[in-house]
Design a protein around this ligand. Sequence first.
Ligand code: TYM
Length: 326
Amino acid sequence: MRVFSGIRPSGDLHLGNYLGAIRQWLQLQEKEECLFCIVDLHAITTPYEPKKLQEQIKKTAIAYLAAGLNPEKSVIFIQSKIPEHTELAWILGTITPLGDLKRMTQFKEKSKKYPKAINAGLLNYPILMAADILLYLAEIVPVGRDQEQHVELAREIARKFNLRFGKTFPEPKALINEKAEKIMSLQEPTKKMSKTDNHLSFLGLFDSEDLIKEKIFRAVTDSGSQIAFDPKRKPGLSNLLNIYSIFSDLPIKKVEEKFRGKGYFDFKKSLANLLIEKLKPFRQKQKEYAKRTVFIEEILEKGRKKAQLISQQTMTLVRKKIGLSI
Ligand code: TYM
C-alpha cells in the first residue's frame, strides 16, 4: 500500500506534529511504500517571510530525519520541486464544488486568524492537498484529527474524478492515532497545539532542557489539586496527563495512580524530566544533521527523482483521461 503525508515548513515541529503524524510514519515506513513531503506550497497560503522559507524547508528536512525517518525506506522530498502537484491541483479544482471548500473548518479558522490575508490559495488549500495524495495514488494518509476533513474531501474528489473520467485514483483514507489525535496548546488547552501560536503554547521537538522546563511549568492547568484525567473540566491537566502517558508508555489510569496524593508541582516536575529524557536523542540527532548540509541536499534530490517518476506517470494518464492529450 502506498502512503503519503506532509508537514508545512512554517515553524518548528512540535509534539502535536510528532505524536499525531510522524510517530505513525515511523511505523509505516517499516512495512509500506511511503512518501513524506515538505509541503512548501501550502506554507505560503498564510503570512510568511520569503527570505526565511528556504531555511525553514531545510529545518523541516532535518527534523524529519532527526525524528527517525529513514531515507532508505521513505521517499523524502519538497513539494514545489514537482510541478505536477500544481498541475493536478488545477485539474481537480475544476471538479471540486466551491461549497465544499467554503465549509472546511481549517479555512474558517485560518480566515479568522488572518482576517487581512484571506486569499484564494487558502480556500483552494484542500485541492492542492488532494493533488498531493492522488498524484502518488496513495491509499493511506497518516495525519492528526485536524486534517481528517481534508483527507475526506480528497476521497470525494477521487470518487468524482473516477466517476467522470473512469477509474484512475484509489480512494485515500486518513489514518489517525486515537491517543494522539489532537495534542492541545499548553497555554489555551481547549485549542490544538499549533506551530504558528505563541512559543509557550507548543513544545518544540528540539526545545532545550531549560525551555522544556519553562514551558511545562508555565503550562496552564486547572483549578483544584488532584491529578485526575477529565478533559471536559480539566483540559489543561488532561492534555499533560495524556502526553505523560504516551511518553511513559503507561495507561492514563496508572499515571493517575502514580501521582495520587501529590500536587501539580510534583507532576509537572516529573513530566518535564520525562520529556527532557525522551526528547534528548532528537536534540542530539538534530545537531548532527544540521552540520551535514550536503547529505540533506542529496537525500532531497534522491527523493525528488523518485517522486518525479511516479508523478509523471500519473499525469500522463490524467491528461489522457480528461482529453488534454491523446
Ligand atoms: P500541518 O503542517 O499543520 O501539520 C502536520 C501534521 O501534524 C498534525 N498535527 C497534529 N496532530 C495532533 N495534535 C496536534 N496539535 C497537531 N497539530 C498538527 C497534522 O494533522 C498533520 O498530520 N495540510 C497539512 C499538510 C499537508 C498534507 C498533505 C498532509 C499538505 N498536503 C497531504 C497529508 C497529505 C498540514 O497543514 O499539516
